[in-house]
Write a protein that binds this ligand. Sequence first.
Ligand SMILES: Cc1ncc(COP(=O)(O)O)c(C=O)c1O
Length: 405
Amino acid sequence: MAEIEQGDGFETLAIHAGQEADPVTGAVVPPIYQVSTYKQDGVGGLRGGRRSAANHAGVGSGPGRWIEGYEYSRTANPTRGALEECLAALEGGARALAFASGMAAEDCLVRTVCRPGDHVLIPHDAYGGTYRLFDKVLAAWGLTYHPVPVSDAEAVRAAAQAHAPRLIWVETPTNPLLSIADIGALAQVARAAGALIAVDNTFASPYLQQPLSRGADVVVHSTTKYLGGHSDVVGGALVAGDPELAARLAFMQNATGSAGGPFDAWLTLRGVRTLGVRMDRHCANAAQVATMLANHPGVARVYYPGLPDHPGHEVAAKQMRGFGGMVSFRHAGGADAAVAMCGRTRLFTLGESLGGVESLIEHPARMTHASVAGSPLEVPSDLVRLSVGIENIDDLIEDLRAALG
Ligand SMILES: Cc1ncc(COP(=O)(O)O)c(C=O)c1O
């Protein structure tokens, strides 16, 4: 039976953390425990439970069990627990929680750490759904948000001094403009301001970047994207470095019932096992796509942190293992040309989402980011976003060249 040891590498953890052979049958992958409730051995006598990731992640309060056993699947489920233990190990956190979607994870986090009347700083180019959550849902709950350029640590420091936020929300790279925030610098800003700092690590994945190791308090994921990796499941996750904060998040998750189902957890975990090899190929393909676009007359500007002239290139090189699989660009022909191109590709499928093995193309202003139209977060209308998949790179380049005309 594979046992995780301190110092095991990322790829080893992705395949073995939380995934010991099933003690009953020897099944080498965690079974789908499609079950709502559990037989108890006498009142309060719960069976099973999962080890804390703290012992192999080197973070948190040390070995121990965070769940005493199973009673009801909203509270804990063995398949979800396997995914959670694996994610905690991959992010180097004390504990992870798996949700029904990335948005469910975000909502749980904010309502756990904030109270009505609090202020939050958010990226001025955040994912549209994150903006919508703050603007349309949490504002009505009494939370005030302030958009800031998170790539500018001094601007964030000034905003933190002006607004005394409870939480600084960071996305890096951001969706869809791929700007880069210096996680370590912003963690210092947050400490000085007495704020918590959360990093949405969806675009990078823990293979490329581990925000907790740079001072973040919580990592947020839409596991729908690179972690799942196959465009077949929607999910989210929170990973906390501090077991006490993790316990508060778990309380909220259980109290509000936002956990993901066992089959979704199983599918996500299947994707996680190949995260490293997929990300290597995503990065290599995206770098070639970005270079081709940067030299193409039909393209006005390319946003990819791997390009040396990207303003966040040095920070990205410092805190990321690779530059990721997302590339955005502005079409030289304007908005109509950008929209037309999105309908002309053969392999790049026109669709929302990202991070799957297949390449996707979309027009953020009319699709993923329609909810920020007219707001300070509005995206350029000539912007095209690519999720570069792991197909043959020559085929992908040829497809884009043909569609650009
Ligand atoms: C950066 C980022 N965070 C969060 C989310 C929300 O995740 P989900 O769609 O799984 O709810 C998304 C979705 O696209 C995203 O791109």
